[in-house]
Design a protein around this ligand. Structure first.
Ligand code: GRF
Length: 213
């Protein structure tokens, strides 16, 4: 059975497109059933619609001052679509417990650094400024702390002499597009035992974790 999965975006949606592409294979263990954006002008909405995936904006602006109400509207849309897993893919909102608690253990995020280094924004510039020699991306479970949830997988790239922010971002993005579909497949097909402890520590563990040997 394929896990019904939603993707939340705010912008261009290249990671979303990578997930959609992987999920076109009927053998892929997740099915993308919904794409939501908090921004009506997100380019990724058109990409999703062109791929035949239900895509909608739930604009955060009318909810100004009440993040929880905006997230409750998102939760309602996820419930309506009978979503089981959620992937944040360039979703540029800080989350409240309304979403985090509802999806604990079942919500992934991709972050463009080797966490716990460089949480937050402008990761490529900060990596260049710090002089690190390795950079990359991380897929993690979402918890209340920003970019702090249990790390599920990472991909590293070298920082090369003369790198610019754009060159480095492009090198990392290639890895993001490989890593995210692989980790979603892992989560959707049952959580490997070595992640079970992290999952157990969460309030709302995966209901299908027990299917893993
Ligand atoms: C990616 O770098 C992702 O890691 C970060 O935001 C960016 C989104 O890019 N969270 P895209 O919208 O997936 O192209």
């Amino acid at each position: 059975m394929r896990r019904r999965t939603a993707i939340l975006i705010s912008g261009r949606g290249s990671n979303m497109a990578a997930l959609l592409s992987a999920a076109r294979d009927p053998a892929y263990p997740a099915e993308i059933v919904l794409v939501l954006s908090n921004r009506p002008d997100a380019a990724g909405l058109a990409t999703a619609a062109a791929a035949g995936i239900p895509a909608a904006a739930i604009d955060h602006r009318p909810f100004k001052g009440d993040r929880g109400a905006h997230e409750a509207a998102i939760n309602a849309a996820l419930a309506e679509a009978r979503v089981e897993l959620v992937c944040l893919a360039g979703y540029l909102r800080l989350l409240t417990p309304v979403l985090v608690n509802a999806w604990a253990g079942r919500m992934l995020n991709i972050h463009p650094s080797l966490l716990p280094a460089f949480p937050g924004l402008h990761t490529h510039t900060r990596a260049l400024e710090a002089g690190v020699k390795l950079h990359g991306c991380t897929v993690h479970l979402v918890t209340q702390g920003m970019d702090e949830g249990p790390i599920l997988a990472q991909a590293a790239v070298p920082i090369l002499p003369g790198d610019t922010e754009d060159a480095l971002a492009a090198r990392v993005l290639v890895q993001e597009h490989r890593l995210y579909p692989a980790v979603l497949a892992m989560l959707a097909s049952g959580m490997p035992a070595r992640f079970a402890a992290a999952n157990d520590a969460l309030a709302n563990p995966l209901p299908f974790a027990e299917t893993v040997p």
